[in-house]
Structure formats: structure tokens, C-alpha cells
Design a protein around this ligand. Structure first.
Ligand code: FE2
Length: 246
């Protein structure tokens, strides 16, 4: 089964991801060789460091450049999104629709690392869902498991206000594998993604991660993750389609 890789830093020369167009092309080739038929490019967005319009224009320009290569060379279908680092009052900021994945109602959100996950953060995620009509997808949820307040974040997912994604690399290291597999078995992780940054530092390892999941959780869980990614793909495709008037 093919699948969508919904989180990676494949766009060239915009964040700490692909350093040039050749690297971006090679990353797409690797993702394709591991089974990805489509990819969401998700450069980091730090609200306090960049100007939204300028950054978004830069991302669109890089995206169009890479998309042309992908189409010409038969590489995975590309969508543009952003990995949005949590910021205060983000739901009320008015900018989130500009940062959603491929104009859909899904928003990739990176929680703050190394600090308490406060009730205010959980409430903000709920506000994104209820007030903005966007579904937050929490990037690499497994990374936050030891942080204070993690249980409250899990309750936000259980209650249907957010979804979550696991990094492939997390399942390949002994120190993060256990928590990743536990969250997967408990049903908190809806997507697996590469979060690839380069050919050397955090390359895409989707095939290896799916093999670990199959061995530890069974083929059924692999199928579920890939089907979830394809449902997201369908939503992205639908969001690209102009609405027809009767
Ligand atoms: Fe990322």
C-alpha cells in the first residue's frame, strides 16, 4: 500500500531542512522508494521570529520550484503545509488558515519542548478546533511523553479535538521506541511521518519504522496508519479542488 508522508522538511533553503534543490530531489526519491506516493512539505513556522506574509511567499516560491521538479521526474505528489510552533493566543491570531496543510482544515502543530504542557496549551488546542474549525495534528507526540501535563494533552486527543503523529525515527531508537509503540497501541497516534530534514541528519526512515510496527504491533496497525494517511491525502486533494457552482 502506498501512503502520504505528512510531515517533512523537504523544501529547499527555507528552514533547517533540505539545503538545496538537489537534496530536496533526493529526499523525495528516498521517500518514494520507501512507499510514499505523496508528501506534505512542512517548513517550521515560528510566529515570533518571522513575518507571516514574507515567509509564506518564500515557502510558496520554493514549493512551486520543487513541485515542477517532482512533476517532471515522476516524484511524489507535493502539498504545502507548515509545522507551526505553538504560540500564545494562536487560535485568535487569525493567521492559522494561512498555515494549514494544503488549504485543508488540518494544521500541523509543534508543542513547546522541555516545559510543562499547561492547561492553557490544552485549552488553546481546543480553541483551534472549535473557534477556527481547524483540526490540530500534534507533531511527534511521543517526544513530549515525560513532560508535565502530557496526560491533559492525551485527553484533548481522546476527546477528538486533536490528532497526533509519530516520527519514524522515534521507533528506531531504543530510548524512544517503547513510548512510541505504547502510544500507538493505545490509539493516540493517527499518522506516521518521516520529519525528514536531510539525507544525513534525520533522513526518511519510513520503511524501517513500518517494519518495526509490523513486528511489534502487527500488519493491522501498519494498514491502519497507512489508511489514515490516505484519508488525509483525500482531504488535501479535496481542499485543492475549486468548488463548482451549479
Ligand atoms: Fe518537523
Amino acid at each position: 500500500m502506498s501512503f502520504l508522508d505528512m510531515h517533512c522538511h523537504v523544501l529547499p533553503r527555507i528552514d533547517d531542512g533540505a539545503k538545496d534543490l538537489d537534496t530536496a530531489r533526493e529526499l523525495l526519491r528516498l521517500q518514494q522508494s520507501q512507499g510514499a506516493s505523496a508528501v506534505v512539505a512542512t517548513p517550521h513556522f515560528y510566529a515570533e521570529r518571522v513575518d507571516l506574509n514574507a515567509y509564506r511567499q518564500k515557502a510558496i516560491s520554493r514549493f512551486e520550484q520543487l513541485q515542477e521538479v517532482a512533476v517532471n521526474e515522476g516524484l511524489p505528489e507535493l502539498f504545502l503545509g507548515f509545522e507551526v510552533l505553538f504560540f500564545r493566543d494562536m487560535a485568535a491570531s487569525g493567521v492559522l488558515p494561512e498555515l494549514s496543510m494544503g488549504k485543508s482544515h488540518f494544521l500541523l502543530v509543534e508543542l513547546p519542548y522541555g516545559c510543562a504542557l499547561t492547561d492553557a496549551i490544552a485549552d488553546e488546542l481546543i480553541a483551534i478546533r472549535l473557534d477556527c474549525g481547524l483540526t490540530p495534528i500534534l507533531a511527534h507526540l511521543e517526544r513530549y511523553a515525560s513532560q508535565q501535563g502530557f496526560d491533559r494533552i492525551l485527553s484533548v486527543i481522546r476527546e477528538g479535538y486533536a490528532e497526533a503523529q509519530c516520527n519514524a525515527a522515534s521507533l528506531l531508537h531504543w530510548n524512544s521506541r517503547r513510548v512510541g509503540l505504547k502510544l500507538l497501541e493505545q490509539g493516540y497516534l493517527r499518522y506516521l511521518a518521516s520529519d525528514a530534514h536531510s539525507l544525513v541528519h534525520r533522513p526518511p526512515k519510513l520503511e524501517e519504522a513500518y517494519a518495526v510496527i509490523e513486528k511489534r504491533c502487527g500488519k493491522r496497525v501498519v494498514n491502519r496508519l497507512q489508511e489514515n494517511s490516505l484519508a488525509l491525502y483525500a482531504a488535501l486533494r479535496q481542499a485543492q479542488t475549486p468548488i463548482q457552482s451549479n
